[in-house]
Ligand binder design. Sequence first.
Ligand code: NAI
Length: 245
Amino acid sequence: MTRTVLITGGAGGLGRAFALGFADPGARVAVADVNAAGAEETAALVRERGAQALAVAVDVTSLESTEAMATQVAAFGGGGIDVLVNNAAIYAGITRSPFEEIDPAEWDRVMAVNLKGPWLCARACSPHLREGGAIVNISSATVLSGSEQWMHYVASKGGVIALTRVMAKELGRRGIRVNAIAPGFTLTEASYALMEDAASYGVDRAALKRPSQPEDIVGAARFLAGPDSSYISGQTLVVDGGRQF
Ligand code: NAI
């Protein structure tokens, strides 16, 4: 399918899996990340799949940087963007502590990347989004479970669900749909950095009794970005192997 898809946070992990998942022959996949080298690596892998790729260095916390990204990606896309996947976020490097002890500066940093970031990316891309396009925001199942000792992260991802509902209303008039995915714990380098026993974490509580790989989340993104979900907007799809929070 010839469409232009922008994945933020595409240097590795879930973002790389999304980029490869959208790498249909002829598609244009833009991979944006603060990690420019990682974005280039992903772009090279996308090209190996027969799609066109563009790597973009971006800091999603900056208005100027996200606007420059959107302009560059729209030019790459022949004058527009069809799909934005708002995936960039931070979590592995942040402190886990009771909410009374969260450092306010860290709270602000988490909100800047995880909540302001998706807003700024959507804001910058909005003028370039084609009718029939879609935004897929990556939230987290921790919003539903109320994951302990992580209130800044959980609150930022709850905010992503709120952004999703508002943007769905405001962009719906232009035929653009906005949905979110709330993945359960998924095995990426970052989640291994978070906990050594990542591969077994939560598996007993998942109906499917196996850990989630990044590829397990890709189908949901393709569905929400594509014609099979043409009358779905403002929703959050939980993809957690039946763990049910
Ligand atoms: P990751 O750390 O591999 O990916 C995040 C990417 O965002 C990185 O490539 C990083 O360089 C980029 N990034 C960070 N700050 C940025 C900034 N200011 N500007 C631009 N890019 C920036 O993490 P992972 O595991 O792939 O997670 C991807 C998404 O999925 C995140 O939104 C995360 O919150 C969400 N998620 C992950 C789960 C998991 O268990 N892995 C579960 C639920 C949600």
